[in-house]
Design a protein around this ligand. Structure first.
Ligand code: SF4
Ligand code: SF4
Length: 323
C-alpha cells in the first residue's frame, strides 16, 4: 500500500514527535526536515494526530473532481454516521452531499453488515485464529512486523469495492465517478492503492475532515428517506461489536492493545478466541483520525441511531465476498 501522508515543510517545528510515534519507522530525519518512507507507511495516522503544527495531513481527492464525470456517486461507510446524533442529522448530511454536487448517495451499512456476518460464520468453522482484514493499516502492520500471522488474514472484500462494482454495472456505458467518504488515512489509501493488487473501482477518496466546513455550513434537509442497516452500524462500533458478537471474537483497538494482541497471537496464546478484528484507531473506525467528532460521542450517536435502523443486510453473490 502507498502512503497518503503528506508533509508541509514550512509548518514543521522539527519537534520529531511524529518520528517517535510511527510504528513502522516510516518517518526519518533527513537534513533539516522529516521525510516519509512511503513504502513503509501503513497509513495509521498516528503521526497526524501527534503533530500539532499542521505539518502532516492525509491527502485525498477534492470536490472539483466531480466535474470530470457525467454522473457522480458518493459511498458512505457506517463510521461516518458517528457524526450524526439522530436520523435527521443523517438526512442533513445526505442533503449537504447533494448540494455539494453528488447525484447519488450510497449507504454502505447493509453491505458492511453482510460482511461482518460472513466473517463470523467463516471464523466459527476455522481451526485457527482468523484475523479480519477490515482495517488495512493493521494488515500492513502484520505484513511488516508479524509476518507469521499474515496467512491467517481473512481477505474479505471491502464494502466500498462491492458497492462501487454494483454502481458500475448499474450505470454501464455512463461515465460515472465514484467517491468514497473516508474516516481515516488507511481508507483513503485503500481506495487508491487496494490490497490484492487489483485496481480499485472507487475513483476518488475524500477525507471527511476536508468537507466539514462546507457540510456544517449547510442547513437544508434532504427529504428522501434514509435507511440504515443495524448490523452495519454495529460493525462500525467496538462497543456494539462486543455486545452483539460471540465472546470468541476479540477486538483490539488503538496501537497499544493492537500490538499486545498481535504479539500474543504470534505465540499462539489466544486460546479462547477464534477471530480477531484488529483496529488501528482507538475506538475503531468511530475513532478514525479524519472524523471531527470525538470517539466517545460518535459511539453514543451510533448506539442512538440503532433504534431507527431497520434496513436488512445486503444480499451478496459468491464472487462478491472475497478480494
Ligand atoms: S510532529 Fe509535526 S512539527 Fe513535529 S517534526 Fe513531525 S511534522 Fe514536524
Ligand atoms: S501514517 Fe503511521 S505509518 Fe505512516 S508515517 Fe504516519 S505514523 Fe508512520
Amino acid at each position: 500500500m502507498s502512503s497518503v501522508i503528506s508533509y508541509t515543510l514550512h509548518n514543521c517545528q522539527r519537534c520529531l514527535k511524529c518520528l517517535q510515534v510511527c510504528p513502522t519507522q516510516a518517518i526519518v530525519k533527513q537534513h533539516d526536515r522529516v521525510q516519509i518512507k512511503h513504502k513503509n507507511c501503513i497509513n495509521c495516522g498516528r503521526c497526524i494526530q501527534m503533530c500539532h503544527n499542521q505539518g502532516l495531513h492525509a491527502k485525498g481527492s477534492t470536490l472539483n473532481d466531480i466535474e470530470n464525470y457525467d454522473h457522480s456517486a458518493v459511498l458512505i461507510p457506517s463510521s461516518i454516521y458517528g457524526l450524526c446524533r439522530n436520523i435527521d442529522d443523517v438526512r442533513h448530511l445526505y442533503g449537504a452531499l447533494r448540494q455539494l454536487g453528488f447525484e447519488e448517495i450510497v449507504d454502505l451499512s447493509d453491505i458492511e453488515g453482510a460482511l461482518l456476518n460472513k466473517a463470523v460464520d467463516l471464523a466459527q468453522n476455522s481451526d485457527e485464529l482468523v484475523i479480519l482484514s477490515k482495517c488495512s493499516s493493521t494488515v500492513g502492520l502484520i505484513e511488516q512486523q508479524y509476518p507469521m500471522l499474515y496467512n491467517q488474514v481473512l481477505w474479505l472484500n471491502d464494502a466500498s469495492e462491492i458497492a462501487a462494482r454494483r454502481l458500475r454495472k448499474k450505470h454501464a456505458g455512463q461515465h460515472i465517478g465514484i467517491f468514497l467518504l473516508c474516516e481515516c488515512a488507511a481508507h483513503l489509501a485503500e481506495a487508491k492503492y487496494p490490497y490484492g493488487k487489483k485496481d480499485s473501482e472507487v475513483d476518488h477518496a475524500l477525507s471527511v475532515v476536508d468537507l466539514f466546513p462546507k457540510i456544517s455550513a449547510m442547513k437544508e434537509f434532504f427529504p428522501e428517506d434514509v435507511q440504515l442497516c443495524p448490523q452495519g452500524l454495529i460493525s462500525s462500533s467496538v462497543q456494539l461489536m462486543k455486545e452483539h458478537l460471540p465472546s470468541w471474537v476479540m477486538i483490539p483497538h488503538g496501537h497499544e492493545q493492537l500490538t499486545a494482541a498481535l504479539e500474543l497471537a504470534e505465540f499462539n496464546q489466544l486460546f479462547d478466541y477464534k477471530m480477531m478484528i484488529p483496529l488501528s484507531c482507538f475506538n475503531g473506525c468511530l475513532g478514525g483520525r479524519l472524523l471531527w467528532g470525538n470517539p466517545f460521542s460518535s459511539e453514543s450517536s451510533v448506539v442512538h441511531l440503532l433504534n431507527s435502523a431497520n434496513k436488512p443486510c445486503a444480499e451478496m453473490s459468491e464472487e462478491e465476498w472475497f478480494l
